[in-house]
Design a protein around this ligand. Structure first.
Ligand code: FES
Length: 94
C-alpha cells in the first residue's frame, strides 16, 4: 500500500503522504499541521489521528514520541450533547 493511499486523519481525509509532505516543508509540530491541514479538528478531535501523526513526527525528527508536544487540546475533548450542557446530568431532553 502506498503512503498516498493511507488515510491518517479520517475526519479530514488527510493521507500519510500529505502529512509527510508538510513535515518536509518544515511543519514539525502537531499544532502547525493542525493549522495547515485541519488534522485533529474533526468530530473525533484527533482521537483517531493524533497518535499516528505524533509517531510520524517522531520518525522524521528522531525525537522520542513522548517528547513531542501533542498540541493544544481544547475542551470538550469528546462530543457532548447540548442537553447535557444545558440541564446537567440526568436530563437529556434536548
Ligand atoms: S481522525 Fe483526525 S480529527 Fe478525527
Amino acid at each position: 500500500m502506498k503512503s498516498d493511499d493511507i488515510v491518517v486523519c479520517r475526519c479530514e481525509e488527510i493521507t500519510l503522504d500529505e502529512i509527510r509532505l508538510w513535515i518536509d516543508r518544515g511543519y514539525g509540530r502537531f499544532d502547525e499541521l493542525k493549522r495547515i491541514l485541519r488534522v485533529g479538528m474533526g468530530p473525533c478531535q484527533g482521537r483517531g489521528c493524533r497518535d499516528i501523526i505524533l509517531r510520524e513526527l517522531s520518525r522524521s525528527t528522531g525525537e522520542p514520541v513522548e517528547s513531542i508536544s501533542p498540541g493544544t487540546i481544547r475542551p470538550p475533548v469528546k462530543p457532548v450533547k447540548l442537553g447535557l450542557l444545558i440541564h446537567g446530568e440526568g436530563e437529556t431532553s434536548c
